[in-house]
Design a protein around this ligand. Structure first.
Ligand code: NI
Ligand code: MN
Length: 225
């Protein structure tokens, strides 16, 4: 799996011939100005929750690429009502898609659409394909529910929010990495706006102190697992 960071909480994951885009928020993110949204051709769009900074570019991308939108029931319903394709899930459920197995897992956060409409309950995803598994936490607090994940999954990578204020910060992300038994963490959801600004080098250093790896990459940079 090739995981490209596209700023804030947006990822593109290439699995075999498939492009899976997570939480597209590019056109509204000044720190993602070098990301060319026209280059994205998602076969699937995964949405963790309904906040603006996770759904802004869903409609455009899904319309232009005939993408299948995957999220909780309420969010998928919202986009299906606009004529877009979707596959609804709910917490604890998994499904085998063309790109691999996907499980929708718990997150502690909120999920109202920008206009106040009900966006269901927020979640995260575990993608398993080609004998690798990655956990994308979405916006979430540190939660004991994370301890369930390693009972079933041997994670190769976890993508965790580290920006604090609206989600866990990097200190709690270190505890989360214990809970999920994964020491390789890609940090996201930081520095995009004032309330989530962090000291990046301190965050990396704190992970190092406990023999864990916090990967911080710039928009358009990628890692492969
Ligand atoms: Ni949010
Ligand atoms: Mn967010």
């Amino acid at each position: 799996m090739k995981i490209t960071f596209l700023g804030h909480a947006t990822l593109e994951i290439k699995i075999n011939e498939f492009s899976v885009v997570v939480d597209p928020f590019i056109s509204g993110n000044p720190f993602a100005s070098e990301v060319d949204i026209e280059n994205l051709k998602p076969d699937f769009i995964l949405i963790t929750h309904a906040h603006q900074d996770h759904i802004l570019d869903v409609e455009k991308l899904a319309k232009e690429n005939d993408s299948i939108i995957i999220s909780n029931f309420e969010i998928v319903n919202h986009f299906q009502n606009k004529g877009l394709k979707g596959h609804p899930m709910n917490h604890g459920g998994k499904w085998n898609f063309d790109f691999g197995e996907l499980k929708y897992v718990n997150a502690i956060h909120t999920s109202t659409f920008p206009d106040g409409a009900n966006g269901g309950q927020p979640g995260g995803f575990i993608i398993s394909a080609n004998n690798k598994s990655i956990y994308i936490a979405g916006d979430t607090a540190l939660t004991f529910d994370m301890k369930i994940i390693p009972l079933k999954y041997n994670l190769d990578l976890a993508v965790l929010p580290i920006g604090d204020n609206f989600t866990m910060g990097y200190e709690d992300a270190i505890l989360a990495s214990d809970f999920i038994k994964c020491d390789k963490i890609l940090g996201y959801h930081f520095d995009t706006f004032g309330l989530i600004e962090i000291d990046q080098s301190k965050a990396v250093e704190e992970f190092k102190k406990v023999n864990k790896e916090l990967i911080i990459i710039k928009p358009n940079e990628h890692i492969t697992i």
